[in-house]
Design a protein around this ligand. Sequence first.
Ligand code: SF4
Ligand code: SF4
Length: 987
Amino acid sequence: MTAVEQRAVDVRAASTVSVTIDGHQVSVPEGTTIFDAAREVGVDIPVLCHNERYDPVGVCRMCVVDTGGRVFAAACVRPCEDGMEVKTATEEVERSRAVLTELLMSDQPPRAEDPKDTTTRDNLLLGLADGFGVARETTELPRGAGHSGSGRGKDSSNPVIDVDHDACILCDRCVRACDDIQGNDVIGRSGKGYSTRIAFDLDDPMGASSCVTCGECVQACPTGALTNKSIRGIPIRPREELDAVDSVCPYCGVGCALTYYVDRERGAISFAEGRDQPGSQSRLCVKGRYGWDYSASPQRLTVPLIRIDSAYPKGPLSADVRGDSDTGAGYNDRGRVNGGGNRSGGGRKDGRPGKDRGRKPGGLVDYDEVMPFFREATWDEALDLVARRLREIHTAGGPGAIAGFGSAKCSNEEAYLFQKLIRTGFGTNNVDHCTRLCHASSVFALFEGVGSGAVSTTYGDVVNADCVIITGSNPTANHPVASSFFKQARRRGTKVVYVDPRASTVAEHADIFVQLKPGTDVAFYNAVMHEIIRLGLVDREFIANRTSNYDELARTVADYPPERAAQITGVDADTIREVARTWGEAGAAVVYWGMGISQHTTGTDNARCLIALCSITGNVGRPGTGLHPLRGQNNVQGASDAGLVPMFYPGYQGVDVEKIRLRFEEAWGTALDPKRGLTVTEIIKSALEPDGVRGMYMLGENPFLSDPNINKVRKALSALDFLVVQDIFLTETAEFADVILPATSYLEKDGTYTNTDRRVQLGRKVMDPPGQARPDWVIVQDIARRVGLDWSYGGPSEVFDEMVALVPAYRNLRYDNLGLSGKLYPNADPEHTDGTVVMFDERFNTDDGLAHLVPAQWLPAKELPDAEYPLVLNTGRLLEHWHTGSMTRRSFALDAISPVAEVYMHPKDAADRGLAHGETARVRSRRGTIELLVRVSHREQLGNCFIPFHFREAAANLLTIDEIDPYGKIPEFKFCAVQVEPVGVRA
Ligand code: SF4
Ligand code: SF4
């Protein structure tokens, strides 16, 4: 909670005072500032340093008012007093403001021909100057050094943000935005007297500092000292000249609300800004604010494509995807050492590799290499071919020969239609999506434990928690806006316990950082529960009334005293005890977890432990308590809700439960497959079998990069008789396609999306699609009609209504009652309420209403390090990139900030291998080899390394193991054995 929020709470609890403001009488709670009271009676007081989102500091004095005292009072910080008479616009007050404005203007730098040439014309200072008739060029005051341009300097080192120190008035709004809102603590001040200026870290250039380019400071700046640069040459124009389209960020599950400002003349986005919504509160991270230009990439698919005859027998087409690249730091599956790319020069001042260093030319698919294997087709020809081939395969091989991968990037409506097509058009439940690769194990454990796969509370509910465990997650990189709420909660006093093998930035914001060995979560949490039980910190009433199977759980964790767990986890026993006491003594405690928990062969067991930990301490069902697996993709929650999984119809209703199947057969008017379908990993395996899956429809998924053990995926995709890929770019997976269908991007269509909090929001069409690209739901419907389904949906709202009728949790939601902020589900009255934050206040969704405690024994990972492969590889995401990089690597800002693949290594591990920061290393596992740059990082544990999986030229999943969790069927992306060595060493 910021001081602003705390003050609001204090104010609500206080008694009232009466004041008169410009003749208007008003009663306000004690503690209310004059500025806030004035707004209540419709009096606007000008400000520069103040903004309601930040703690007031009263430094600029623009808001001074006359309270009858000896000196004017700063309205933004001065509390109202009973009987106070306030005059906000006397002649003297106005003169004071005008003089202040003139003084500030005298030192403003000259700007281009348009006197209002700021990025958005939001420049408050210029607005005030206009109001007071102070022209920058005509002021009588002596010019400051800033005006002559010889003052405090400019900084263009960030790819998308310009800093003009001379335009800065040191109002500290950016400092407060960076510290108090985003919790990044990058901006401060340096210098003395006139040379004082804002500083990034130790007065580093912004682009070389620890700035994460969230742009919150730009949104805060009232003078144009911090401005957005134009992206792709689209000028940033005043917002009144642009079209504002309210939508939602297309990247992560946080689902931040934003507004795109669209230049209709140029048919392009000019800039984006966060907008208010209960979950994100106008915040954005670098991806949401600057990562939207992928949709304007010249590499967009714009016309249907059919593989030419000479491109058979099928297989990968580019050197990267074939695995025999000879143009740079590529990879292969035979251990052959590839030739080097540009491996010299380009180093940055901060020691990180420069943009071009070691970068394989392109880093993206080379269309000249792949396109010759396809020919353009009409939509009718392509769709007819898709329908015919899928029907033929279905006829020859039966329902089991067909499978579909949908996408968690698509809308709820598209997910719903896609699964309905596979189920009703081909009679199979072989339909899945990338939830299998992120939280399938969490969902399995949650269903088993509490009867619902969704979160039990929101990430914003951390504000009500005394203690939070963040585990197996790197939210500052993967859920940045959610992490800003965690950081704020800590400032307010919430104890943060961070449990992770990597010392990510979150560790710096933690009260207790537990750096456990990878794959030892069950042992750790069993020991924490052991200690909680020993100390008597369990909630006996909750256990007795709201849970089952406690005795068996207690027996299991009795075998995990902290000393034993210390041997397994590498965490000392006292730290385990400290965590147990901190959690056990908290009045309200909540756990947020990520894929470090779920992406293990023991992922379900890991999640079971977290459910048990919350349940035995009564930490579910109240504000500030609960279970929250932070969902990855923007719509992975919604796609799962919509039934894009092989074991559930929409609303998690089991396909193998007869009465449910009969209900869906009635709703959809056709017979349905009574058996569970295959999961993502099982479908890939099945494609390698002669009687397995032969035909696939791939909508927006890119398993070639996202699935484990790419060599196996390559064989599976090559073995398919027919593959249709529907996407916005020619992905690595599309190289195996018979037909490629060009779809619209997120920005070119309407639809609903459900975020990690269960918030269902509207994504709105921002611009027209390129070429002949069509919305995914239209393409799915076109194929459905061609395979004989009688579909005639007129648009997403019709589809949404049909889905809502079948998904109990979505009851009462309608396309037209979601509003600008969306609604949480469940929601009894969406017209009047935001929805349910805390679930399970009285009973769980299980059949008996109880939380089912499922004990778990610790099991080691499937592939342990040995002499030949001595390091543990962990894979994951970077802040700037998303999934297989198809969007983010085509975003100017995101690619500029994070252009190359790197292996993150502990300094000693690197030194032991003769590897220095920025050098090229070869990483090999039992499954393959890649080459990429070394990043020496104090965040890695000795004996472990980390590789992000976004980079096709160094695909981490060539190394990963395809062992899966037996329940959730999720692969073990977080643990396999590798060796890292200089490229000169023979493999
Ligand atoms: S850069 Fe802008 S927001 Fe930051 S202190 Fe200067 S004027 Fe204020
Ligand atoms: S936190 Fe997630 S939803 Fe929000 S702006 Fe960043 S990527 Fe988008």
